[in-house]
Design a protein around this ligand. Structure first.
Ligand code: G3I
Length: 464
């Protein structure tokens, strides 16, 4: 065993008792439930992600994403669930106008950048949400006169899209511009009221110029079935396509509950938009309820998307019920403890997934699992078990992220490298890179908690 002692911490490093039995048992049994019960976090490399929402959707040529809040990216259960299951993220609030340009001309991208960096580090795509919306709009925008508002809108679109150029796959350029009810009219907003009907077209033209490679979407709710509101959006998209106004996709938010269930003509509605020559995406899916009723509804939505060849992906509006905007309605796929709900199983089954989850499985690549092997007042020892997939490997890489003000004070059985913050340790083998199919090795480290006892978060395992 080789030991690397890092920056002096002024602490006496405690012994490293090898309380491995719990982790070994969990790895052998290999189910997500047992791993969760044992406090073990697993993450598999992309090649070994069979049985997750993201991999099952990818096998069908779709992405499966989640809305993400930057404030939870330090929570181990949130991050491990996100990283294991999802292939796409949408910042839930961090890219909205009030978040990025609260003061005219002053752009603040910090929280959104954190989400984008997280996604990029895991090979996830990003949906940008949203550029022009009447809500979460700073007061200064509403106070502008028409020509000033036009400049501000175009400047906002251009600055935000150029900041994320090449990093955002699709943007909700305009969000919720139509009224509910039977009128099919535009919703009153500063943009509509001062710029008139042309503001949507102008926003899309500006967006295309800002990042020609990004897909440009119109996004709305209560447009999931055929009704007056969706008819109005349909007419607009048809007109845009006929006149060459740049639009690539339409987002259907799909917030459902007992008062607003999944419409019987959901698939047909998606199909009629697709037939106009745009992609369709399910952008904010959540369905209030529980048990088999909720599961059936979720399965139906996924089935509808799969039945429409231009339905390119599904995003659920959050990772866990506890942080949902409708948390009382428990509308998501994971409960507050990150346990998979029946709705999760229904979605995975509808996607043709294999079940089992948790990362294990017998494909090529490698997976990693974390366990705390010792803890004391002021520190703990962590151990990561690296397991090869169904073929031998000659090397592996993973990351261990600690939460400031925690510091890693020592490591063993691996060669660490650090990012600029000192919080992210990339671990490679010291002598233990070659593993037979299914074989495991471990590395370990000591974390000085400095008052924060959060467990570290593991990155995916990459095999060579
Ligand atoms: O960040 C502040 C915090 O500092 C403050 O203490 C707290 C007090 O209320 O508010 C926090 O901001 C909240 C924000 O979410 C972040 O949590 C806002 O009040 C709250 O209104 C906001 O709600 C968001 C909502 O959009 C606003 O319209 C939801 O999280 C978000 O899920 C929801 O998302 C929308 C989509 O963008 C568009 N489609 C509908 C969907 C659901 O409403």
């Amino acid at each position: 065993m080789t030991m690397t002692t890092l920056a002096p911490q002024g602490h006496v490093r405690p012994p490293r008792p090898a309380r491995r039995s719990r982790a070994r048992r969990a790895l052998v049994l290999g189910t997500a439930g047992l791993l969760a019960a044992a406090g073990v976090t697993t993450l598999a490399g992309a090649a070994e992600a069979a049985g997750t929402l993201g991999s099952a959707a990818a096998a069908k040529g779709r992405y499966f994403g989640a809305a993400v809040s930057a404030q939870y990216l330090g929570e181990a259960g949130y991050v491990s669930t996100l990283d294991r299951e999802f292939g796409s993220v949408t910042p839930e609030n961090e890219m909205k106008w009030d978040a990025v340009e609260a003061t005219r001309g002053t752009f603040a991208f910090g929280p959104a950048d954190r989400i984008v960096a997280h996604a990029q580090g895991r090979g996830m795509s990003v949906r940008g949400h949203t550029l022009v919306w009447h809500s979460q709009l700073p007061d200064w925008v509403a106070g502008l006169g028409a020509s000033d508002l036009r400049s501000a809108m175009n400047h906002h679109i251009t600055q935000v899209m150029q900041h994320y150029k090449g990093k955002v796959l699709a943007w909700d350029v305009v969000n919720e511009a139509f009224q509910d009810g039977g009128s099919g009219a535009r919703r009153s907003s500063p943009f509509q009221d001062k710029l008139g009907n042309g503001f949507i077209e102008e926003a899309f033209r500006t967006a295309r110029a800002a990042d020609p490679a990004a897909k440009l979407c119109y996004n709305d709710y209560n447009t999931d079935g055929v009704n007056a509101k969706s008819n109005a959006v349909y007419a607009m998209v048809k007109d845009f396509k006929a006149r060459g106004v740049p639009i690539d996709c339409v987002g259907f938010q799909s917030h459902f509950n007992s008062a607003s269930p999944v419409p019987a003509d959901y698939r047909a509605n998606l199909q009629r938009f697709a037939d106009l020559g745009v992609d369709v995406q399910i952008t904010e899916l959540d369905i209030e309820g529980s048990g088999s009723a909720q599961a059936t509804a979720y399965g139906n939505v996924v089935g509808a998307c799969l039945a429409v060849s231009r339905c390119t992906g599904i995003t659920v509006w959050g990772v866990t019920d506890k942080y949902s905007w409708r948390s009382a309605g428990t509308p998501l796929l994971f409960d507050g403890s990150y346990t998979k709900k029946p709705a999760y199983d229904a979605v995975l089954a509808a996607l043709g997934g294999t079940g089992g989850g948790g990362g294990g499985g017998g494909s090529a690549g490698c997976s990693v699992a974390y366990t705390t092997t010792a803890q004391w007042n002021g520190g703990f020892n962590g151990q990561v078990t690296v397991t090869a997939g169904s073929t031998p490997i000659t090397g592996w890489t993973t990351t261990v992220t600690v939460t400031p003000p925690q510091r890693v004070s020592a490591t063993w059985n691996g060669s660490p490298a650090w990012d600029g913050s000192g919080n992210v340790m990339t671990m490679r083998p010291s002598h233990n890179g070659s593993l037979a199919a299914g074989a495991s090795t471990t590395f370990g480290f000591t974390v000085m908690t400095n008052g924060n006892t959060a467990p570290p978060v593991l990155g995916a395992c990459t095999a060579s």
